[in-house]
Design a protein around this ligand. Structure first.
Ligand code: AMP
Ligand code: GLY
Length: 414
């Protein structure tokens, strides 16, 4: 049997490992307690010291630090771009300038490290105001507000390093875009690009998209509002010029180019690129994928991707359960009830899988929270309504003190 190493420790890596384990032998480094409980081997060995037919790198941080380059230098087959391609996510300033050169439609923007210039530019924009940190901030470095003074205060906080340290000392101020947001994860093998099913994620912590931006509180797929015509347009107007510019710069991008797209009245515009699988989008896309995930991903790594649409079946909804105080001050150590020894529902619900992100076992072997997003509860079914019902049925059975959960994931599409 083929061997795969998955790098990372969240619910995204749990979903990838679970999907891959249906046709390969999987090791996750470092993984987490819930992945191990699910019967998937977790080790603490650095990926460079492991041997496998395929390496799949989950999070952005190791990609930005060049892990894919180090593995490829050892002759390994890797899903994930090298340092050069990962800069599309590692620096928003780099990304925006890249988009400009490539001619990709995106929000009008300016890049600043001085407060006065940033605020002068803000004053030329209309609400909503958008202020972003340049570097990685786990999805939390973006402010969208109608309040000019709040936007100015945010510029000051970010530039002073108070909000995000070095990641924040350059800011991007950009035009606010209006419309439906879609995550289109596109597999790229260096030459060919194939989109997965369009997904929608829910970035705000509160119901009806109120409150702070988070890593993501839930997702569903396929997103039917993103029609095949929209997908085709994004591939033509956004992804194709990006691949062309990557090739021009000699960047061999093998991995996931995740396009965060706003469907505006003037057509799709790119909000951002990520260079990896989305979290929690992966927790709906993997269970929906009809084929062998190993075969698909090994083709990405080896540069043998075929331009056939990825098969999908059914509908999937995932609901994130986060710890008390998330995202500002997440608490750890709350006892989780409702899980069996395998980390899945003690009372199973048809079509439901639990993917663990921030859980560990205490001295009695029970699962407890370790801050941030704790679990993603995914429901799959033949309709969106049934997928959603199952996800929430599952979520209702898993409780812990101070649990943060949105009740409106996929509500508008059933
Ligand atoms: P980003 O990390 O750049 O995707 O931003 C996080 C979230 O902020 C996005 O998913 C959007 O919901 C919102 N956002 C980012 N940029 C804009 C924009 N220019 N206009 C409106 N909302 C935005
Ligand atoms: N779901 C947002 C992200 O993965 O960045």
């Amino acid at each position: 049997m083929s061997r795969v190493v998955v790098v990372g420790s969240g619910a995204r890596e749990h979903a990838l490992a679970w999907g891959l384990s249906q046709s390969a032998q999987v090791v996750v480094t470092p993984g987490n307690a819930g992945i191990a409980a699910h019967g998937i081997t977790c080790v603490r060995t650095p990926p460079e010291d492991l041997d496998a037919d395929l390496f799949v790198i989950g999070p952005e941080q190791p990609l930005v630090e060049g892990l894919a380059d180090r593995l490829r230098a050892q002759g390994k087959v890797v899903v994930g771009p090298g340092y050069d391609g990962a800069r599309l996510e590692g620096s928003k300033a780099f990304m925006k300038e890249f988009l400009d050169v490539a001619g990709v439609p995106t929000a009008r923007f300016g890049v600043f490290s001085g407060e006065a210039e940033a605020i002068a530019f803000l004053a030329t924009m209309e609400a909503p105001y958008v202020v972003k940190t340049d570097g990685l901030a786990a999805g939390k470095g973006v402010l969208v507000t109608d309040d000019f003074n709040e936007a100015c205060a945010d510029v000051r906080d970010k530039l002073s390093g108070a909000a995000f340290g070095d990641a924040g000392t350059t800011v991007i101020v950009e035009e606010g875009l209006d419309g439906e947001e879609c995550s289109l994860l596109v597999l790229c093998d260096g030459a060919t690009a194939v989109p997965l099913a369009p997904a929608q994620d829910f970035k705000r912590v509160g119901e009806a998209d109120q409150g702070a931006n988070t890593g993501g509180m839930g997702a569903y797929a396929p997103m039917l509002a993103m029609t095949p015509e929209h997908v085709e347009r994004v591939m033509r107007e956004i992804v194709a010029p990006t691949l062309k510019e990557l090739a021009k710069r000699g960047i061999d991008f093998r991995g996931v180019l995740y396009a965060g797209v706003m469907l505006t009245s003037k057509g799709p515009k790119l909000l951002e690129y990520n260079v990896r699988f989305g979290d929690p989008e992966t927790e709906v896309l993997v269970p929906l994928y009809g084929g062998s995930l190993f075969d698909l991903l090994v083709r990405v790594g080896e540069g043998r991707l075929e331009a056939t649409p990825a098969p999908t079946k059914d509908f999937a909804v995932t609901v994130v359960l986060a710890s008390h105080g998330y995202p500002q001050n997440p608490r750890s150590g709350d006892l989780i009830s409702g899980l069996g020894v395998d980390g899945q529902l003690a009372e199973p619900v048809e079509g439901v899988t639990i993917f663990h992100a921030g859980s560990k076992r205490n001295e009695n072997g029970s699962f407890v929270t370790v801050g941030g997003r704790v679990l993603a509860v995914t429901g799959v079914g033949p309709t969106m309504a049934l997928a959603r019902e199952r996800a929430y049925q599952g979520a209702a059975l898993v409780t812990f003190e101070g649990r943060v959960m949105r009740t409106d994931i996929a509500l508008a599409v059933v």
